[in-house]
Design a protein around this ligand. Sequence first.
Ligand code: GUN
Ligand code: ZN
Length: 429
Amino acid sequence: MTGRAYRAELLSVAHDPRDAGPEAVRHEPDGLLVIEDGIVIARGAYADLAPRYPGVPIETLPGLVVPGFIDAHVHYPQTDRIASHGEQLLDWLEKHIFPAEKAFVDKAHADAVAAFFLDELLRNGTTSALVFPTVHEQSVDALFEAALSRRMRIVSGKVLMDLGPEGLNDTLPSGRAESEALIRRWKGRGRLGYAVTPRFALASSDEQLADAGALLAEHPEVLMHTHLSENLHEIAAVAGRFPDSADYLDVYDRFGLVTPRSVFAHGVHLSERACMRLHDSGAGVAVCPSSNLFLGSSHFNFGQADRCSLRLGLGTDIGAGTSFSMLRTSGLAYQAALAREDRLDPFRALYLATAGSAALLHIEDRVGGLELGQEADFAVLDCAATPLLARRTHEADLATRLFALQILGDDRAIARTYVMGECAWKRTP
Ligand code: GUN
Ligand code: ZN
């Protein structure tokens, strides 16, 4: 056979340890990953597996191999507005974000930012993401073209916002026509997927929210991606505009936007009713701890989410989020949980950053677990990336090393990133 194999310490968490227990953790201290045409065809202990593949060249990788990270909520056009000072959500959008997003009317600008953004994901070990572009159709083309050339698995869709400011709004007919054109244009290409993307309840008219629900119903393969219950001023504005709705989630529900293929970012302030309804609908929540801290939105309530058995993934939410690193974001998720007296185990955090996010994106059969038949997207983590990490992880057990990587690690701890079995990023020594 033709193919290649990588020898390394392997770690993955394909199922939520909350539900599956410690069995969810799969670890080969000296493992072998055999890959053909970008797909994992064998995985196990090196000593068992190597004799079965005598002709296959084996490369030894310098670190702990985990599935490529999957960022379940991120805005590529906000890359250049990270670290914008001084405001909570609504004022931050007006002052810093909307002006920056207007520039994406220019396809060349969108191309340049998309290229930088995807390279930055790879530098951080992230191989898949659910991405907000802007209202402009060409901002989606720019991202998808750049993802296609890097063979990355990316899901995105034109932002719908007919109540947006001048230069950053669409209309009911243009939003519908451009969304349909993009779905048609990109269907089945590379590893790309489409998400109907109303920005949030406040940015769309009732008619556009209803139309987004209709679009979703007409295209059962696409996702729905939006924001939910992030900030108290936002929630008050939603309650003011929709006085008949039970809560923020109910607004989306009334327009047919709460489905098993819906991904809601944040969900920081959820009523018990909304939490149960999310569970019953099968929708998922992308937890964004870095962003929640940066915008003063408060901490995600893991205890409540777990009582409702919510489906969860993890997102950086760049540019309210302040790091592209899903390691760092995992460490912040731990701290957010602890602030509410909940605990987030490092293996569960790894699950959220990989297979959990994959499940939200409905790509868990393809990526997220380094399981047989899955695409060989993975990151090589360097426990000795900095003197402090090296000191803290020296002769430490797996849980200690993983937690140290989450608390102390970032892009420096990514030695290499592989996409479909090929090296897509290699740190210079
Ligand atoms: N709600 C509506 N738009 C946005 C956005 O761009 N970022 C965040 N964090 N929340 C939003
Ligand atoms: Zn966001």
